[in-house]
Ligand binder design. Structure first.
Ligand SMILES: Cc1ncc(COP(=O)(O)O)c(C=O)c1O
Length: 436
């Protein structure tokens, strides 16, 4: 069977890699393996395994960062609480694009949402001796489970696909009733399935969080990227939906990586609701000098993690928030590119015999965005990842995202450039010929 890349080369690369099980490989392990195959074969992959932005970083951020470096911020430890400019602009951003009030004091810069999550998970799991466990509304971002492993925090999870809409409350309550759930985590839009919760579903989550005193950690890494709506006009409805409308017990994570294509500088914000920021939990004293949630999160957890966030990157993010807040730049104009790519790529996969796994959003067509999910008849996700490698196509399994859909893969559109679309078609065509 002829394949675009010699199967012997793929086998050699797998053999030489430290990846013991390609079918369960993490995102970064797949990245490493594909780099090796590209080097050995001289063939460029259509890379869909990792969410690296495929768009240039926002210029206004880069310029602000350079300016701040010229002013000499590199030699000075940044304040852990964050620079005033960033805290103020982030608070404005949250008001203008979510229609929510959070005081600048509760908004702190983090080394990407990766660090924001790490801090949020550990704070939530340590505030009450009886509330030890994080509940993931899956599928989700796999490395957040790895963070839990590293932290020693127990996890419960379920795949939300079968519990959308009115079914969500009963399912959530079955976990919350145990009394051991400290926090609920999800991303919206969802990585990897790209489903988006409705206001009714967010209301369910918020109301139950209040009832059972559970903290909601809302991961907005793909802020505004449900392109079926235009969430990009500051201060004007529709606003990006958020659980913050329905509970005071929440933290929001807003990453610069995808919305501003600023992944390389590792900066995001963790925004703690005013109520939660000021709440006290005696059990926090086991780990921190203060029992005040916000103070302990900043001067206990974030201090211990990295003593603050890169000074110049804070100026960059402040400038990018300011530009969209002032209406000088449009929040989603550049990332809308992903919508076009996703639509073309999905069409090709379907044309050549693949199925879209998470295919509808409460009966509505799914939005086209950063990710979509695929399967091929007769293959598990793990088998399919391996089977696609000789065709120069890489992705990750849905299995590692907490999905029940073991046959599925997550495909990320960001690194696939428009000029690669014909290459993708050519390879899928050969795949189809070889497998039909
Ligand atoms: C859902 C989700 N959360 C968090 C992150 C991490 O964001 P950051 O680059 O800000 O650490 C990602 C990155 O892919 C993500 O998809």
């Amino acid at each position: 069977m002829k394949t675009p890349i010699d199967t012997a080369i793929v086998a050699k690369a797998i053999d030489e890699s430290k990846v013991h099980n390609v079918q369960r490989a993490s995102i970064r392990e797949v990245v490493r393996l594909v780099n090796t195959i590209e080097k050995l074969s001289g063939t460029k992959f259509v890379r869909m395994e990792m969410g690296v932005p495929g768009i240039n970083a926002e210029k206004v951020g880069v310029e602000a960062e350079i300016e701040s470096l010229k002013r000499g911020v590199a030699s000075i430890y940044p304040d852990i609480e964050g620079i005033k400019e960033l805290k103020d602009e982030a608070s404005r951003f949250i008001k203008l694009f979510l229609d929510i009030n959070i005081s600048p004091s509760g908004i702190v810069p983090t080394v990407g949402s990766m660090q924001g999550g790490f801090c949020a998970f550990l704070m939530c799991a340590r505030r009450d001796v009886n509330k030890t466990t994080t509940l993931f509304i899956d599928p989700g971002f796999p490395v957040q489970k790895q963070q839990h492993k590293v932290l020693g925090i127990p996890v419960e999870q379920f795949d939300v696909y079968n519990y959308r809409g009115e079914k969500l409350a009963e399912k959530l309550e079955s976990y919350l009733k145990t009394g051991k759930i400290a926090s609920i985590v999800y991303s919206n839009p969802n990585n990897p399935s790209w489903i988006c919760f409705t206001d009714d579903e967010l209301k369910t989550i918020g109301t139950l969080a209040k009832k059972y005193d559970v903290i909601v950690i809302e991961d907005l890494a793909y802020f505004g990227m449900d392109f079926r709506q235009d969430y990009s006009v500051p201060g004007q409805a529709p606003f990006q939906p958020t659980v913050a409308k329905y509970t005071d017990n929440y933290m929001l994570m807003i990453s610069s990586s995808k919305i501003f294509s600023y992944a390389g500088q590792r900066i995001g914000i963790l925004a703690i609701s005013d109520t939660l920021y000021h709440r006290t939990f005696p059990d926090l004293k086991r780990y921190f000098t203060s029992d005040s949630f916000g103070f302990a999160a900043i001067y206990g957890a974030l201090y211990a993690l990295s003593s603050g966030t890169c000074h110049s990157a804070q100026f960059a993010l402040a400038a990018m928030f300011k530009a969209v807040n002032d209406g000088a730049a449009n929040l989603t104009a550049s990332v809308k590119e992903y919508e076009k790519r996703a639509s073309l790529m999905k069409e090709l996969f379907v044309k050549y015999g693949f199925n879209i796994v998470y295919d509808t959003d409460l009966g509505r067509p799914l939005a086209n965005g950063f990710y979509f999910t695929i399967s091929y008849p007769g293959y598990t996700g793990g088998e399919l990842v391996e089977e696609l490698l000789p065709y120069g196509i890489s992705a990750i399994t849905l299995d590692i995202t907490g999905s029940e859909r073991k046959e599925g893969l997550r495909a990320c559109v960001s690194q696939v450039r428009m000029e690669q679309i014909p290459v993708l078609e050519e390879r899928l065509k050969i795949f189809y010929e070889n497998h039909k």
